[in-house]
Design a protein around this ligand. Structure first.
Ligand code: HAS
Length: 549
């Protein structure tokens, strides 16, 4: 890929890992505070640290890493960027960086302790919301630059299906751009006027609904790049092709359709939205499970095909033929394993009645650590092991490879301990988003901390192992960036492993974006138009309307 794309991708990855470093440190502070083992200095409080932890890891690490990965893959699969694409990608990167830095300064200085969901009536300084708006605009500029690259390629290759990596990138951007409309609406028309004092009140329920219109697809914005690695990198590593090109494309399309009109499943316990609309969105939530099951089917098919090609016999003989010693593979495989309980937990969350039981408990914290914190984060770690060498021209050698195994193993153990304890404590009723660990010594509550997995000490042990693993990852990143030897020619660790995908049987209509975006918009209107109208019309006096003046 071109030099400019290399620098651009590396710049994104560098910001991602700076955010990762600070964010994981905040995580360490977090687990000890909940365990009542740490007193913070007066200028720092629990919510400041929790906000920094959530924003830096869930929003900033993921976003910058995703762009680093997608920029590299788009350049690899469609060719070098033209001057305009290059220029706008850099412009987008700098806008996102300014937004990010500004938002982080607001959080660290204590002016935005509103958590990553920034629910009203918690109020941050107006500049925090301006910074968030910049962050999103920056990602849009980068996305549109890459969409421009794709459009140019399609003009030059009329009637040809685009390479699978580029297609999946476009689906991810479609999902991202449509979903951001909700949060952009809330930030521009509700939070900014309210936080700067132009209006006195805010329509709280509307702001939450607009947030979750964005917030749920946000989790698939994290997940889809991981799926890209599962669909395209894994078959290459196990020595075979993508199982089915059309299945892969269809599963990404289904995410565009079903990941957005489902935000109410985060608000099942809230007033203001009638059960009918909640039920409709819960039903659509179950539809979004289908593309994941398709992905699991496709990956098992890849594992089995490659195993059989290597002579595996019997029902599970192929397991022994998988390349376990290749850390690029092992890290992704463990990431996928975590998604089995992670996704099962998601189904529990989305079940209307069961949600009452787990909502606002530590269970939800356990859930998102074994979805975004394990399947997504560990896939990004697995990608890091070859993406940085690919971009810096270095390679992954003996010591760093061993460190990478230790890092993945320790992340898995830490996450297993921490998230299991979070799930169990959540079932026992321990609330989320609170610094109080002993709940005023309430006798019923003290019983929560008896067992090994119903104990905040286990969370703290898991969190400490995770922090150790995170620091190891930073060491690996630095070694891959600056210290590892230059790769000599054909080096497997300095390659972008992209599997072949046979498009001969793929129907062309799968790449007619207007049809799919049109259906997605229709579904969004069906699921949201009436309840949002009600939220505006029925708002309590003093908070009527969108902007409330
Ligand atoms: Fe979730 C809350 C429902 C998936 C992240 N979720 C959250 C929050 C986050 C989050 C961050 O319905 C907290 C938000 C907050 O701060 O309040 N979630 C779901 C459902 C799914 C789901 C139905 N979530 C994710 C993913 C996330 C993520 C993915 C991040 C990346 N979630 C909810 C709900 C809430 C929620 C409610 C609100 C709770 C509340 O009340 O507050 C589905 O997408 C899950 C589908 C997945 C499966 C698993 C099948 C998997 C298999 C294995 C996969 C293996 C493959 C490879 C593909 C059904 C079968 C095969 C190879 C191997 C080696 C196995």
């Amino acid at each position: 890929i071109g030099n400019s794309e290399r620098k651009l991708a590396l710049s994104n990855i560098a910001v991602a890992y700076v955010a990762f470093l600070i964010g994981t440190f905040c995580g360490l502070i977090q687990v000890f505070m909940r365990n009542d083992r740490l007193e913070l200095p007066a200028w720092l409080d629990y919510y400041q640290v929790l906000t920094a932890h959530g924003v830096l890891l869930a929003l900033i690490y993921t976003t910058f890493f995703i762009y680093g990965f997608l920029i590299t893959g788009m350049s690899k699969s469609l060719g070098s960027f033209g001057p305009k694409v290059r220029l706008w990608s850099w412009v987008g990167f700098f806008i996102t960086l300014i937004g990010t830095t500004w938002a982080t300064v607001e959080i660290i200085s204590g002016r935005a302790s509103v958590l990553y969901t920034f629910y009203a009536p918690l109020k941050a300084s107006g500049w925090f919301y301006v910074a968030l708006a910049l962050l999103i605009v920056g990602t849009w500029v980068m996305s549109f630059a890459l969409i421009g690259h794709y459009v140019q390629w399609r003009r030059k290759n009329k009637g040809v299906l685009s390479p699978l990596f580029a297609y999946m990138t476009m689906a991810t951007f479609a999902l991202w751009i449509i979903s951001c409309l909700g949060v952009v609406g809330a930030v521009l028309f509700q939070y900014i006027p309210w936080a700067f004092g132009f209006v006195d009140t805010i329509n709280v329920e509307l702001s939450r609904s607009l947030f979750w219109y964005f917030g749920h697809p946000l989790v698939y914005f994290w997940l889809l790049p991981a799926y890209m690695a599962w669909y395209l990198v894994i078959p290459k590593l196990v020595g075979t092709k993508v199982f089915s090109d059309s299945l892969a494309r269809l599963s990404f399309l289904l995410f565009i359709l079903f990941s957005i009109p489902v935000g109410f499943h985060h608000q099942l316990g809230e007033p203001g939205v009638t059960d009918f609309w909640k039920f409709l969105q819960v039903t659509l939530t179950f539809m979004v499970v289908i593309p994941t099951l398709m992905t699991a089917f496709s990956l098992f098919a890849v594992f089995e095909t490659s195993g059989r090609q290597k002579g595996a016999k019997g029902l599970f003989g192929w397991v022994g033929k998988l390349p376990w010693k290749d850390i690029r593979f092992t890290s992704l495989f463990i990431a996928m394993l975590f998604f089995i309980p992670g996704g099962a937990g998601g189904i529990i969350n989305a079940s209307f009645q069961l949600n009452e039981f787990i909502h606002n408990t530590l269970w939800v914290v356990g859930h998102f650590h074994i979805t975004v914190g394990a399947p997504v984060a560990m896939t990004f770690m697995g990608i890091t092991f070859w993406l940085i060498p690919y971009l810096t021209g270095r390679t992954l050698t003996g010591t760093t490879k061993k460190l990478a195994f230790v890092q993945i193993a320790s992340w898995s153990i830490g996450m297993l301990l921490m998230s299991t304890a979070q799930h169990v404590l959540g079932l026992l009723g321990a609330p989320r988003r609170t610094q109080y660990s002993h709940y005023n010594d309430n006798p019923t509550v003290l019983g929560w901390f008896d067992g090994f997995f119903s104990n905040t000490a286990t969370i703290a042990i898991g969190g400490t192992i995770l922090f150790f693993s995170a620091m190891l990852l930073i060491v690996i990143v630095l070694r891959l960036w600056f210290l590892e030897p230059r790769s000599a020619g054909q080096d497997m660790y300095a390659e972008f492993p992209l599997a072949e995908s046979d498009t001969s049987a793929t129907p062309k209509w799968l790449e007619n974006w207007w049809i799919w975006i049109g259906i997605a918009i229709a579904l969004i209107i069906i699921a949201y138009a009436i309840p949002i109208t009600h939220l505006i019309q029925d708002a309590p006096p003093g908070s009527k309307g969108f902007i409330n003046w």
